[in-house]
Design a protein around this ligand. Sequence first.
Ligand SMILES: [Ca+2]
Ligand SMILES: [Ca+2]
Ligand SMILES: [Ca+2]
Ligand SMILES: [Ca+2]
Length: 602
Amino acid sequence: MALGRPERASIPRLPRVARHIGDINLVTDPSAVSPPGREVRDPAATVAGRRRNWRTIGLAGGTAVLVVGVIAAVAASRALDATSGPPTALPAPRFADEAVAAGVRHVYDGEFTFFVGGGVAAFDCDADGLPDLYFAGGSRPAALFRNRSLTGGSLAFEPLADPVTDLDSATGAYPIDVDGDRLTDLVVLRVGENVILRGLGDCRFERANEILGLEGGDGWTVGFSATWEAADATLPTLAFGDYLIPGENPEGTTTCADSQLVRPAPGGSTYGDALPLRPGLCGLSMLFTDWDRSGRRDLRVSNDRHYDADSEEQLWLVAPGEPPKLYTRADGWARLQLFGMGIASQDLTGDGYPEVYLTSQGDNKLQTLADGPARPLFEDIALRRGATAHRPFTGGEIKPSTAWHPVFADVNNDGFSDLYVTKGNVEGQTDHAMKDPSNLLIGQADGSFVEGAMEAGLVDFGRSRGAAVVDLNADGLLDIVTVVRRENVRLWRNVGVATTPGHWLGVVLAQEAPNQAAVGSWVAVRIGERTVEREVTIGGGHASGTLGPIHLGLGRADRAQVRVTWPDGEVGPWLEVTADRVVRIARGATAAEPWRPSQSRP
Ligand SMILES: [Ca+2]
Ligand SMILES: [Ca+2]
Ligand SMILES: [Ca+2]
Ligand SMILES: [Ca+2]
């Protein structure tokens, strides 16, 4: 089939349907509030101004203050801007890799069993509000780094060596408060036994497999997700995605392993025996998500077809107290074979149901429900939206790409989600591109994506794997952490857009233990005439997870309204919030409050 290059003009308008959820109407036609064909760039931004801002990139120390000063000055000038009118998309922001200058030296390395994996966990382990970083190391030890960055300044980290955390054979890690004590714990995925590290505060941890009754197994684990299945669940249900069965001769291993579902023992504070998720089809990423807004979180598994001709994508129906059950053709689930590496999920169309981005080799997929929530039938809109990212956008190679970690995030705070997709050859696959730079797809007002990595200055030909998109220096601009096989990790500091920056908002949810971070909630945010929704999930990506404030770009809006649908379905009130800060919304509260990170101490 001849498929042309996606043209923005050819993107069909989405049906203009208002769907009633609770007491709000969600407008599903973004063009209804965002007329296409507008000038994207802010004409007020001069070339000179842009150069003044970017010239300081890469200079260390005090010049960082200058960058911040320029950004602050630009921010202050926004007071002169009109705050009404349709939202407009901003260009890509500039990024500068500060890993070495920040004191982060870490490499994910290893042979065959570590060709996949290469994860990072981003979360705050010392309650100072700055995300700390835990990197898997493959054949090298994993490593924890405490974030010492100054607010709005250059990045700074301190390595925290400890035999408890410096685990070998780790492929990835996900932060989650397993035991509900308000101290974030770590689930470390390994070739060998998976380990839960219980957070003790001040970035100290202890091994918790025994106290939790968790059998860590001996599999080759790369995927992970977690959900609190029932409102009274004492512990989260954990899903571990295993890839191949490790054999005596790892190079000859070609049999897909079963993945595992680990549920809490009835009424207890320990785990029961693992249930196999069979057939295992070489899963590399998994995500519990409420795809149909039924209130139940089902488990998506993205599988690599490389070793099994029968491999296909899977969706497990996971109902409390019942064995997990695969959705079938009769249910509407269609056969889709991918070299599945990673999952990202977010509602992009504004209908309240999440779209799903699946990375692969060649075309990546952007799935949307074809018939609404009645059945899990998805259609691919990646081509229409300009999000296939199927071959390198620069570097001169035309062979297909190999994509790994996808994440939706608004890196320029214009209110339109952007999409970061890491890329990199598996090792020596000559039928795929060797120079395969990661994508930074910038979301446009019409719902399409446009490549922005060159403009952003983050073209990188290293073999990228896991990633985290988080604000490392508390300036409201999302930074990018990328693990690169056999090379030092990258810490891309976001130094801002040259045009007037957008406003932003961070949201932290809190409810009673055990699920104190309210995983499974939906956060609705009214920004002017638009309403966007975010599902709070743990899992997906490629062997990498983040836990921290939910970050939203607000564009020109300097205030918004936020409403939380809690994991058990209870809908909270609309709360007024002011932009450019992190707010905490506690269940039952009648107002959002300023977030104090120390509140996460027990
Ligand atoms: Ca911290
Ligand atoms: Ca904990
Ligand atoms: Ca954006
Ligand atoms: Ca930042």
